[in-house]
Design a protein around this ligand. Structure first.
Ligand code: URA
Length: 234
């Protein structure tokens, strides 16, 4: 981790004050004064600010029920940031493990632990994400079977060089299905159904790995220790 990030994470200092302290020579790493904010440090290093040892704040892990019309970004853009609904300290240090489109609702995992989120999002870890999908065109039993087989086999999306990874389709009603993916290509669910000549009219993520969405829209909660650990054993 960068030295300035470590200090921001372990103190209440603003970004500006962190840089000022480093440049003023107030910070030492394992007994050596360091004035470069980008220096890489490890949590086990002895990092002192004005002679006081800094202890990193523990990582934070939470889930949120994303409302439609918000974006998975730390700042407002064309739509307001999802983080506006998070009334916690130092939101700028948090990031989202697997973004959703502005019009998609549902489960979003948020953390400041980059290694943990990497495991959730990288396809080789095969972490399941379950989406409830409403379609514009009703699927007959026969068509649903065909699509299910194609998704299981993998399909080639426009602009991609590899087939999608095996995905599972479960039909709830002719226009509502559950789709389970282990990867997260850009607009993947919408593109997969578009490739089948259908259109997604509503999209909602209800599960990631062993974590289910259990809070009202716009609300959030911290993950339990068991939920956090569940991703490490995938
Ligand atoms: N697939 C999509 O098309 N959109 C999302 O928001 C998530 C998955």
């Amino acid at each position: 981790m960068r030295l300035d990030k470590f200090i921001a994470k372990s103190t209440e200092l603003s970004k500006h004050d962190v840089l000022h302290s480093i440049h003023q020579g107030e910070v030492s790493v394992n007994g050596v004064v360091v004035t470069k904010e980008a220096q890489q440090v490890h949590e086990n290093n002895q990092i002192l600010l004005k002679g006081v040892r800094l202890q990193p704040r523990p990582f934070r892990y939470l889930l949120m029920h994303k409302p439609a019309g918000t974006i998975c970004s730390n700042i407002d853009e064309a739509y307001p940031s999802l983080f506006n609904g998070l009334e916690i300290d130092k939101c700028s240090e948090l990031h989202i493990a697997g973004r959703l489109d502005a019009d998609t609702t549902g489960l979003v995992l948020i953390t400041d632990d980059g290694r943990w989120s990497f495991d959730i999002t990288r396809p080789s870890k095969a972490c399941h994400k379950v989406y409830r999908v409403c379609l514009s065109q009703a699927l007959s039993g026969e068509r649903a079977k065909e699509i299910s087989e194609q998704f299981e086999h993998g399909i080639m999306l426009q602009g991609e060089s590899q087939l999608t990874l095996p995905a599972t389709l479960q039909v709830i009603t002719p226009t509502e299905v559950l789709l389970t993916l282990t990867e997260g290509k850009f607009h993947q669910v919408k593109r997969m159904f578009a490739a089948m000549g259908n259109r997604v009219v509503a999209l909602h993520r209800e599960q990631i790995g062993a974590v289910y969405l259990d809070v009202e829209v716009g609300h959030w909660r911290y993950l339990t220790h068991q939920e956090v650990q569940s991703f490490l054993s995938i």
